[in-house]
Design a protein around this ligand. Structure first.
Ligand code: DX5
Ligand code: ZN
Length: 268
């Protein structure tokens, strides 16, 4: 079986208590911390930068931090993220004038490198640089916001990319990002992904421009769950992705249920 990794996107976490949020998902069995960097230029949203990455390291996070840069240009900020403790640094080909150089720069600074493909961006950007990437990230939504729906065409792209990686014999992770939920993660895994980003599917409160009324009622229910209970959707997701129960994560969740301080679900 593939070496599956779950990478919760902290875009949907409560930034007012980010350290605790990250501790919770890692305790629940998450592998990487997916760190979405948006610049209000390449994408129409503004999020977090190297200072926050460094703060997570100082907080004691030792898991791999998977920095997804939705910025343009990319080269100036790469050394800053490396210094701040990033493990992976991935960027969109549209964000760099010289893709090969940017990939080299990431590795020169001791990080693992990756390219990110928007729904309409062709995989041909990998031609001639496949040996310089440690991760390929397929976007199954257009970048910029959490809580969007999975774009089905990403499945074909995953299959094509899986073949590309397997044929090359290179050690490259194949990550999927956008609209990943407990009910579609198995099919996504079957299409070839081995690394799964999930924001609203885990934290349950996407910072999204989508009006709440358009979100299905089951998701609205999840968004009303208190923070501590966020461990539960994470646990469900891990079960679905590994195709077998994650005993350790479920046991930890059961333990939180007996905690007298556990916040209750909002009435109604
Ligand atoms: C979108 C970001 C994603 C986002 C995913 O631009 O790259 O990482 O947080 O959020 P969900 O899982 O809610 O689609
Ligand atoms: Zn992302």
């Amino acid at each position: 079986m593939a070496d599956f990794k779950i990478a919760p996107s902290i875009l949907s976490a409560d930034f007012a208590k980010l350290g605790e949020e990250v501790d919770n998902v890692l305790a629940a069995g998450a592998d990487y911390v997916h760190f979405d960097v948006m610049d209000n230029h390449y994408v129409p949203n503004l999020t977090i930068g190297p200072l926050v990455c460094e703060a997570l390291r100082k907080h004691g996070v030792t898991a791999e931090i998977d920095v997804h840069m939705m910025v343009k240009p990319v080269d100036r900020i790469i050394p800053d993220f490396a210094k701040a403790g990033a493990s992976y640094i991935t960027f969109h080909p549209e964000g760099s004038e010289h893709i090969d150089r940017s990939l080299q720069l990431i590795r020169e600074h001791g990080c693992k490198s990756g390219l990110v493909f928007n729904p309409s961006t062709p995989l041909s950007h990998l031609d001639y640089v496949l040996d310089k990437v440690d991760m390929i990230l397929i976007m199954s939504v257009n970048p910029g916001f959490g809580g969007q729906s999975f774009i089905p065409a990403a499945m074909d792209k995953l299959r094509a990319c899986r073949k590309l990686i397997d044929d090359s014999g290179l050690d490259i992770r194949l990550e999927i990002d956008g609209g990943v939920k407990a009910d579609n993660i198995r099919k996504i895994a079957e299409a070839g992904a081995d690394t799964f980003v999930a924001g609203s599917g885990i934290f349950g409160n996407a910072r999204s421009p989508i009006p709440t009324s358009t979100i299905p009622s089951s998701s609205r229910c999840v968004t009303s769950w208190p923070r501590r209970a966020d461990i539960r959707p994470a646990g469900q997701l891990f079960c679905a992705h590994s195709l077998k129960p994650n005993q350790a994560a479920n046991k930890r969740y059961e333990q939180t249920k007996t905690d007298p301080d556990r916040p209750r679900r909002h009435p109604g």
